[in-house]
Design a protein around this ligand. Sequence first.
Ligand SMILES: Nc1ncnc2c1ncn2[C@@H]1O[C@H](COP(=O)(O)OP(=O)(O)OP(=O)(O)O)[C@@H](O)[C@H]1O
Length: 231
Amino acid sequence: MKHSVIKCEGIEKTYGSGDSAVLAIKKADFEIYSGETVALLGPSGSGKTTLITMIGCITEPSGGKLTLSGECVYDSGWTIPDTRKIRREKIGFIFQSHNLIPFLNVRENITLVPQMNGVGVNEANTKAVELLEYLGVGDKLEKMPSELSGGQSQRVAIARSLANNPQIILADEPTAALDSQRALSVMELLRSLAHEHDVAIIVVTHDERMLPLFDRILRVEDGVVLEMANS
Ligand SMILES: Nc1ncnc2c1ncn2[C@@H]1O[C@H](COP(=O)(O)OP(=O)(O)OP(=O)(O)O)[C@@H](O)[C@H]1O
């Protein structure tokens, strides 16, 4: 059954203060459920990165309330002692450039966070193999990031984001560096992941061709978050 994974109530963000203050996100109210894929659209500077980094407990909001999988994490201030713990346990991040650690091989890149969370080496390795196979790059386990193509790196980055069994995946233009065929297959993969594993996925994208693959579309205009009809 669907349950609420991300709940924003009047979440907002102002950078700076006084004359130089920038109101990057104006009181946003929305809820995202397990299994949903949500596109986050909007022009450059409209506030998309600010919004997903607040949801990812990286950027501290300036006000409102944020609840992740039923746990209130921000209510006019962080309500949890360690935001890193929430990130490690609940959230997977995928960035525009894959951000793999260059001096660790694929397996080590994927097992790093689970091991920090206390998962044993063998269990973490088994999971890494499983994920890479699921993502079609099972043969890259012992390769270094420099030996992978762009599409393969992005698949490994997706495997890494899934290694801690997150309830939420936040992706900032994950397909920007890929040609349209590979971009489409990465997006299809994310979509089936959401549906099969009940993960909520938010993807910042500028690519209109991807929109039919999303369940919902949110648009940020000048800091205002709006729900759009997905036709
Ligand atoms: N650390 C910061 N300090 C001050 N202002 C900031 C900071 N980060 C972002 N801003 C401002 O907040 C607004 C929203 O920025 P944000 O990066 O969230 O937009 P975006 O929609 O992600 O843009 P893009 O598509 O170009 O990445 C912009 O006016 C930006 O200049």
